[in-house]
Ligand binder design. Structure first.
Ligand code: FAD
Length: 390
């Protein structure tokens, strides 16, 4: 423990929240080091559906809620970053779709009629027909209605790759991370035996935050996990579709995103109500049967006889909320030099970085000069998770 290493901000966890924050802070002139014990992006981030929500789906409950308001600026901020004019230069990240769609398979129920009639929703969505429909829905047997949302869908592996590039040499693969206390105060972290001091330490380890907090002897902020049981289907007959299929309720019946497989075929990744409580209770075979039934009802013209199927269980990690409700914003808590949080959605990573930046500014934390860090082992980047499952 003789080396004296330091940086301005130490970040633990290289999902989209930590990587986005890291790139933002570096752009502001801070020196940073981000430590991850796994592969970058390999937690929830790569298993997300990659939708940069503007919040419209949360308006399904009738009125625009807090969630809808907080998130409504995110598509613009991401779009600017993708064009190279934003807070980060994300040129080169693969845009899978410039729009996400709301798709009502039949006649609208009363609930949905008032949803589309509301002024807030009308300003965000426009109906599409004919050859403007998503490719997978362009079929004479398709009878539903489709509305275009101004939301994006990103290829998450290429996003992680770009954010890792922006991290330069500030990444370290860490098997053991322990708190560094000096004079009874947390002053940094001991990463694989190397003490590293920092002005601030930010935990963005997703589901790993609870364990890191416990190691620091902290019970707050409490974390909740929301389990999901997603379905993956791959077939030569699938064309891209990015859409929430509406049922009668306040949550989408099915959310479909499409991801490119190595062999050029498309993989459909199915979430929404299918993946929530009832889906979590099903075993893999029953969950695949439920998904087959949904697709047979909703897109009967797609031949899935030769399709390959798999399921994926994954927890969403978020700050604890009453009755497992969705948090409205990115969440950040502070205790001295320690900051800890969850973006709660990939789309809200810029909001998470805003909160950290505001805390640094408020506390007068400015970039300082530090000796260069030694060569450190670099974490690997995530691969598309579906390549390993199908
Ligand atoms: P993670 O991506 O989980 O990253 C945490 C990182 O911390 C990992 O790299 C891990 O290796 C590392 N780590 C963990 N413990 C430790 C430790 N002790 N020491 C060091 N490193 C550690 N959001 C959207 O906006 N749009 C969507 O379409 C969307 N779809 C989703 C679909 C699913 C099925 C799920 C589960 C989530 C979805 N989300 C979506 C939410 C989104 O994925 C998450 O909010 C976001 O990815 C969280 O990012 P994160 O960086 O906080 O965590």
């Amino acid at each position: 423990m003789s080396e004296s290493l330091s940086t301005d901000i130490l970040i633990v966890g290289g999902g989209v929240a930590g990587l986005w924050l890291n790139a933002r802070l570096r752009r502001l002139g801070y020196s940073t080091l981000l430590a991850d014990r796994g592969v970058l992006g390999g937690g929830q981030s790569v298993k997300s559906q990659g939708i940069i929500h503007g919040g419209t789906k949360y308006a399904l409950s009738g009125a625009l809620t807090g969630a809808s308001e907080a998130i409504s600026d995110m598509p613009r901020r991401w779009r600017e970053a993708l064009e190279g004019n934003g807070e980060l230069d994300l040129r080169g990240v693969r845009l899978l779709s410039d729009a996400h769609y709301l798709w009502s398979p039949g006649t609208l129920t009363g609930n949905l009629t008032s949803f589309f009639a509301s002024k807030a929703v009308r300003s965000r969505v426009g109906q599409v027909k004919g050859d403007q429909l998503p490719a997978a829905l362009q079929h004479p047997r398709f009878k539903g209605k489709v509305y275009r949302l101004s939301e994006l869908v990103l290829d998450v592996p290429s996003l992680i790759q770009r954010l890792a590039q922006l991290a330069g040499d500030g990444l370290v693969k860490a098997d053991r991370i322990e708190p560094l206390y000096e004079g009874g105060e947390l002053t940094g972290l001991v990463i694989d035996g190397r003490p590293i001091r920092a002005q601030r330490i930010v935990l963005t380890a997703g589901a790993g935050n609870a364990e890191l907090l416990a190691a620091l002897g902290l019970a707050q902020p409490a974390m909740q996990k929301r389990p999901l049981h997603m379905v993956i289907v791959k077939a030569a007959t699938l064309k891209p579709l990015y859409a929430h299929c509406l049922g009668g309720g306040t949550k989408p019946r099915l959310t479909v995103t499409s991801h490119p497989a190595e062999d050029g075929e498309w993989v459909w990744y199915l979430g929404g109500d299918l993946a929530e409580a009832a889906g979590v209770a099903r075993d893999e075979a029953a969950q695949i049967s439920a998904a087959k039934k949904e697709l047979a009802e909703l897109v009967p013209w797609i031949d899935l006889a030769a399709a390959k199927w798999a399921t994926l269980r994954i927890d969403r990690a978020e700050p604890a909320q009453s009755s497992l409700a969705r948090p409205d914003n990115a969440f950040l808590a502070e205790a001295g030099r320690l900051l800890v949080g969850w973006p709660t959605k990939l789309a809200l990573s810029p909001d998470f970085a805003d909160r950290v930046e505001a805390a640094l500014t408020r506390d007068g934390i400015a970039p300082q000069t530090h000796p260069a860090l030694p060569d450190l082992p670099r974490p690997e980047l995530t691969r598309p998770f579906w390549d390993g499952l199908l």
